[in-house]
Ligand binder design. Sequence first.
Ligand SMILES: NC(=O)C1=CN([C@@H]2O[C@H](COP(=O)(O)OP(=O)(O)OC[C@H]3O[C@@H](n4cnc5c(N)ncnc54)[C@H](O)[C@@H]3O)[C@@H](O)[C@H]2O)C=CC1
Ligand SMILES: O=C(O)CCC(=O)C(=O)O
Length: 411
Amino acid sequence: MAKTSLDKSKIKILLLEGVHQSAVDTFHNAGYTNIEHLPTSLDEAALIEKIRDVHFVGLRSRTQLNERVFAAAEKLVGVGCFCIGTNQVDLDAALKRGIAVFNAPYSNTRSVAELVLAEAIMLLRGIPLKTARAHEGGWLKSAKNAHEARGKTLGIVGYGNIGAQLSVLAESTGFKVLYYDVVAKLGMGNATQVASLDELLRRADVVSLHVPDVPSTRWMIGEREIATLKPGAIFINASRGSVVEIEPLAEALKAGRLHGAAVDVFPVEPKSNDEEFHSPLRGLENVILTPHIGGSTLEAQENIGVEVAEKLVTYSDNGTTVTSVNFPEVALPAHPERHRLLHIHHNVPGVMSEINRVMSENGINIAGQYLQTNETVGYVVMDVNKAYSQAALEALRKVENTLKVRVLYAP
Ligand SMILES: NC(=O)C1=CN([C@@H]2O[C@H](COP(=O)(O)OP(=O)(O)OC[C@H]3O[C@@H](n4cnc5c(N)ncnc54)[C@H](O)[C@@H]3O)[C@@H](O)[C@H]2O)C=CC1
Ligand SMILES: O=C(O)CCC(=O)C(=O)O
């Protein structure tokens, strides 16, 4: 039999944006040694050049994997987003090439929730202005506009993993919590869901956004919504820069209609730490500006490194796609005595019968077959207990509507 699964040392892994060393260690422990680990993102031209011979790529929020990059990524098998958001990756462009994308939906959620709670308290006390004055030699000792969190209302927009954790932390600090979500959700503690975004904006003293970047959230907070906020409200965005129109927010802060804001994510963010950050919020008093570090704690990054690298290793070694954000999810057992053929194809009628015909005509006995499809792609995994030939593999590759075929040699 031809041994066609790729030797692990030949599987090239590119890790960008300073993904934590724990990811490299996880790959090494699984036998993968061909790893390039870069501290920064790459611009499109450099990425296109580098990704040509890469099998797995890992990135965070800066690297843009668009159609042009995928078109150049001829050998790419899987993408790991070492973060929650996957809006930086064209998931459809990946899917139509049979490339599975994974992320880390939980590991940095606590870090974001902690930061937001701390910012809410700092802003209620007017700390950004007071600390700035003290650094300049001033002394703003005053209780004016300084408030306790106890008894104030926190409004959370998007009650998912981050929103719900923030809710628990905030209640234990003394906030009353309201939340708005497009899905009906059971509140943690005494938190109460409200029927509309407007109701939340009208009632909350502090509003914090925790929604993903999807079409329904694009610019969901604009001039009208900012005008709906309570006079003197505090506004926090650590979700995505595309959710909030920044100009009307800056205007409301300059006019003193809002008491303060904390913003971690921006419509345009510098591509690296060497690039200047531009924003109409720069220089405004009682505004905390942070460089998209909501999830940037050592604890979160270490956990993310392991979580996402393990998902890529499992997909590479075994074919399992559970928790992929774009791919049909298949949970596969180990395949100790059997070779495993993975066939990814356009989900159109007739492909499975063609695959089964090829297998049968080549005398290959299928010991186990696992199939999942989504709207556009089918993913079938076949464990074979009899030697398959190179000719059979070629015939599988030629089945009409095939996107990708991989072989996992019996370990
Ligand atoms: N600043 C940072 O460093 C970080 C930012 N994030 C951002 O935070 C976002 C939220 O993260 P998680 O809580 O883990 O996500 P999640 O998926 O657990 O929760 C998102 C919630 O938003 C709700 N939602 C979706 N569309 C909505 C709409 N139009 N109106 C109201 N609610 C809507 C969903 O139903 C869900 O409950 C991520 O998608 C990511 O963009 C995540 C981690 C770090
Ligand atoms: O840590 C990062 O690079 C991005 C964090 C983030 O925004 C996310 O996890 O969605």
